[in-house]
Design a protein around this ligand. Structure first.
Ligand SMILES: [Zn+2]
Length: 294
């Protein structure tokens, strides 16, 4: 696979935001939040290359069993998880743009992807939590003090329903997490450069966010570009997470077709889109770590 056309400026911007690229087999590339990893949480946001799915050819499609062959998705996941090193039990969910948070514990839940919710939390080492997106905002949370972590799917509907603060509340309730100890990584998503919404969304945000107008840049009549990264950052900070511990990847799924799937863009072009996966977990200390694969 050819390297994406990122410039030195872009890599510097990524590093400043707290992110780095990590390669895997067959050209797989994952975006990793360095500070979250430094605190003990393996984490990765996927990109589109290095897979076996026809979205188009060679796509690393990581979900959507109704649109892609099961063996393709499982092979793509094996390659993507391989970039993390270690051994994992993956736990996902059937995402419904809601506000449900599910706690994942032992034993492994093989059927997890049939359970409907939009955020997962755990304190079990070896459990890899994942949310799938293609424009929506993936948010990963890690609390090094208790060892708890969470993966959250926050599109505009989930953001309005405060899915990220709800995940933090669930971590507090279940694991004793304090927001001040949390580190958060906001992944690639449809950003303010591209994500235009209509009056219905604008009005819903105005009713919910005191400073909603700062999240919108008007375009044509009744439409505006919305900054969901900023909205989720505001919710994290309002919930007590220090602004310096919130890292947002400066990458947009809509205007970077070289790197990401985008529901909005790909649906028009190809009639369907692949799915990205954002994962977080704590490694089992005793497991044999793969080295040299990075
Ligand atoms: Zn964009």
């Amino acid at each position: 696979m050819s390297m994406p056309m990122e410039t030195i400026t872009e890599v510097t911007e990524l590093e400043r935001a707290g992110f780095l690229w990590r390669g895997g087999e067959a050209g797989v590339r994952a975006l990793v939040c360095g500070p979250l990893e430094d605190e003990g949480f393996a984490n990765a946001f996927s990109t589109r290359a290095g897979g076996v799915s026809p979205f188009p050819a060679g796509a690393l499609n990581l979900a959507g069993f109704d649109q892609d062959a099961r063996e393709n998705i499982l092979e793509n996941r094996r390659r993507f998880f391989g970039a993390l090193g270690g051994e994992w039990r993956f736990s996902g969910c059937w995402q419904v743009h809601g506000a449900g948070v599910r706690v994942v514990g032992p034993p492994p839940d093989e059927e997890s992807e049939r359970e409907r919710c939009d955020a997962l939390a755990t304190r079990e080492p070896g459990v890899l939590l994942g949310v799938k997106t293609a424009d929506c905002v993936p948010v990963l949370l890690g609390d090094a003090r208790t060892g708890a972590c969470a993966a959250v799917h926050a599109g505009w509907r989930g953001t309005l329903q405060e899915i990220v603060p709800r995940a933090l509340s669930k971590m507090a309730e279940e694991f004793g997490t304090r927001a001040a100890d949390v580190r958060a990584a906001i992944g690639p998503a449809a950003r303010a450069c591209c994500y235009e919404v209509g009056a219905e969304v604008i009005e819903a945000f105005r009713a919910k966010f005191p400073r909603a107008d700062s999240l919108f840049a008007p375009t044509r009549e009744g439409h505006a570009l919305v900054d969901l990264h900023a909205a989720n950052r505001e919710q994290l900070v309002a919930a007590g997470v220090a602004a310096a511990r919130v890292h947002a990847a400066p990458l947009c799924t809509i205007c970077r077709p070289d790197l990401f799937f985008s529901y909005r863009r790909d649906r028009k072009l190809h009639g369907r889109t692949g799915r990205l996966l954002s994962v977080i977990g704590r490694k089992v200390p005793s497991s044999k770590l793969k080295t040299g694969g990075f």
